[in-house]
Ligand binder design. Structure first.
Ligand SMILES: C[S@@+](CC[C@H](N)C(=O)[O-])C[C@H]1O[C@@H](n2cnc3c(N)ncnc32)[C@H](O)[C@@H]1O
Length: 343
């Protein structure tokens, strides 16, 4: 704890933003609170002078790592990039857990004086993300029950209620305990807004079996002359028995995803674990990126933590820009990228 230094939030976070063209930049959050102080980890071997490090793994997308706060990234991007460069901003902020988040190779504070202070901070960032997105771009905010419902209302104020696309539930397994006060909480929430109505997802399919399909349809299965299995498809009301659905084709196509994503959490012995607190699974980010972007697009993760988004983006042929104000995160990401010559 002696290496920590208190910094005033306002120093980094509440500078005025020339060029901030969010739709409601002057509108105040209904939960406005006081500017807060917050603990920042200062580790001796961080290099404050080199702010952007670039990686170009062979055959994959470029990765740029920014050593600094989300506010500084925003300023840097406004100065150095074309307007609205990002197809996707994936934002995984501290969740308002009231804890110091700790793991083997890092630590960050998620302690706040109160909910209004936290929400005011969230709102200030949402206002910044909006102008940085392409017209066909998406914002994904990763949150949970601590503050997710309030974040939804803030995001709607800035992106527009009609541009809200989905509430995705990332459901994971883990130890469950019988409890009287609260049922085991085993999901996070991904709130997805589009910048405009022109933004479209890439359809994603997941594998399923013949038996799962048959169980869902609850229909008699027939066989044709060649032995292929099929069931009746219906073309709408009063149009029963209109056409045949072949089961092998259904299985080969897979099943379109819905809003509940079952993806295992990174457990203590998982190979992908890098030891940074709250690291998100690679498979989760691969899916978000596949859903919202095309090869060659730019993705921004302004609070990248262990850099899961950047690694996934690059592997998927997208370009990733990410940053964090925590030197632990910068170190972990650099080590992760060096080790991932397995790209
Ligand atoms: C929930 S973690 C992100 C985890 C990440 N998605 C992963 O897979 O490892 C949140 C991160 O936000 C960072 N952070 C908090 N406030 C920040 C700020 N104002 N600017 C930049 N980073 C910030 C923390 O240091 C922490 O690494």
């Amino acid at each position: 704890m002696d290496m920590q230094e208190k910094i005033k939030f306002g120093d980094n976070e509440s500078k005025s933003h020339e060029g901030d063209t969010g739709p409601n930049p002057g509108q105040e959050c209904p939960f406005v609170g006081e500017e807060s102080t917050r603990v920042r980890l200062m580790l001796p071997d961080a290099d404050p002078s080199s702010r952007v490090t670039m990686y170009s793994p062979d055959g994959h997308g470029t990765i740029k790592i920014f050593d600094g706060s989300a506010q500084d990234q925003y300023d840097h991007l406004l100065e150095n990039y074309t307007p609205s460069p990002f197809k996707l901003i994936y934002w995984d902020p501290p969740f308002f857990t009231g804890k110091q988040q700790e793991a083997d190779f890092g630590s960050f504070s998620d302690n706040w004086p109160d909910l209004p202070t936290y929400l005011n901070w969230i709102r200030r960032h949402l206002v910044r993300w909006h102008p940085m997105l392409e017209d066909r771009g998406f914002l994904v905010v990763h949150c949970d029950w601590h503050a997710g419902h309030y974040i939804k209302t803030l995001g709607d104020q800035i992106f527009g209620y009609d541009n809200f696309r989905n509430e995705i539930i990332w459901h994971y397994t883990g130890r469950r305990q019988p409890a009287r006060l609260r049922v085991n909480a085993k999901h996070d929430t991904l709130l997805v807004w589009a910048k405009s109505e022109t933004a479209t997802f890439n359809p994603i399919f997941e594998p399923w079996t013949r038996d799962e399909y048959v169980r869902m349809k609850k229909q008699e299965v027939h066989r044709d002359e060649e032995g292929r299995e099929w069931i009746w498809g219906h073309q709408g009301k009063g149009q029963s028995h209109a056409y045949r659905i072949y089961l092998d084709e259904v299985v080969a196509r897979g099943r379109a995803i819905d809003t509940v994503w079952n993806i295992p959490i990174i457990n203590t012995s998982a190979k992908e674990r890098v030891g940074y607190p709250t690291q998100k699974p690679h498979a989760l980010l691969m899916r978000v990126i596949a859903l919202c972007t095309e090869p060659g697009d730019w993705v921004w993760d302004p609070m990248m933590g262990s850099g899961t988004t950047l690694v996934a983006a690059s592997q998927a042929g997208r370009n990733g820009f990410g940053g964090d104000w925590n030197p632990d995160a910068i170190r972990v990401v650099q080590a992760r990228i060096d080790a991932a010559k397995a790209f």
